[in-house]
Ligand binder design. Structure first.
Ligand code: AP5
Length: 217
């Protein structure tokens, strides 16, 4: 059963690849960014607390994200179908909590895939990203446009830009990635779980590469 985490800078394609892997394997896609945006849409206290950080591009405090992730991992589908973590862990504190939570529940990560994409490609991808405010589907005006102009293929809603895809917020997200998230690569190095994946090609090819790497483990 798949139990993996996808690492990589903002816009590397974590969500897009996770979605392909979900379709191919039936594992549950757990993206803390999506869970937090969902809380904002429902205007919960947690969502409102997270909003300011997210719009600026800063990381949301660990205790808020850990609470939301644990709630999601406790649901039966994650235990029964496996999971693909996207955007979690993002700090050493989150990684330590995740490791002990999984250990206590008799589970452990099978592998971590660190998506490698040059920064100029990422900036192009983020500048052209659109999302569906209804169902959360992700598109790209250049590389993955919807079938009908600016309308979601799944639910027909008008596509919008993400609030943190403004150039100033992208810059802050990259800084947060370098300072707070990149040190995780060193943290996980001794575990032997880390694998680098070239994610400059199509999402389908990157997902297949991940599945092949898992088979040979
Ligand atoms: P989150 O939603 O996780 O944002 P992110 O890490 O910045 O990642 P993105 O969703 O921007 O990119 P992605 O790698 O998923 O790329 P995508 O597939 O969309 O987090 C948002 C915020 O929430 C954070 O800033 C923070 O505030 C908070 N947060 C979340 N988790 C947290 C945590 N654990 N701790 C603290 N705070 C947390 O692709 C990008 C674009 O490229 C799309 O347009 C897509 O169509 C296109 N694309 C993707 N792959 C390809 C490809 N192979 N070829 C061509 N185009 C492609």
């Amino acid at each position: 059963m798949m139990r993996i985490a996808l690492f990589g800078p903002p816009g590397a394609g974590k969500g897009t690849i996770a979605n392909v892997l979900r379709e191919k394997t039936g594992a549950v896609h757990i993206a803390t960014g999506d869970l937090l945006r969902e809380e904002q849409k429902k205007q919960t206290e947690l969502g409102e607390k997270a909003r300011g950080y997210m719009e600026k591009g800063e990381l949301v405090p660990d205790e808020l994200v850990i609470a939301i992730l644990q709630q999601r991992l406790q649901q039966a589908d994650a235990a029964e179908q496996g999971f693909i973590l996207d955007g979690f862990p993002r700090t050493i504190a989150q990684a330590k909590i995740l490791d002990s939570y999984l250990r206590e529940n008799g589970r452990q990560l099978q592998a971590i895939f660190d998506l490698q994409v040059p920064e100029d490609v990422i900036i192009e991808r983020l500048s052209a990203r659109t999302i569906c405010p209804g169902c959360g589907a992700v598109y790209n005006e250049i590389t993955m446009p919807p079938k009908t102009d600016n309308k979601c293929d799944r639910c027909g809603a008008e596509l919008v830009k993400r609030a943190d895809d403004r150039p100033e917020a992208i810059k802050v997200r990259f800084e947060a990635y370098r300072k707070q998230t990149e040190p995780l690569l060193e943290y996980y190095q001794p575990s032997g779980l880390l694998n680098k994946v070239d994610a400059t090609r199509g999402a389908e090819a990157s997902a297949d590469k991940i599945l092949n790497m898992l088979e040979t483990k």
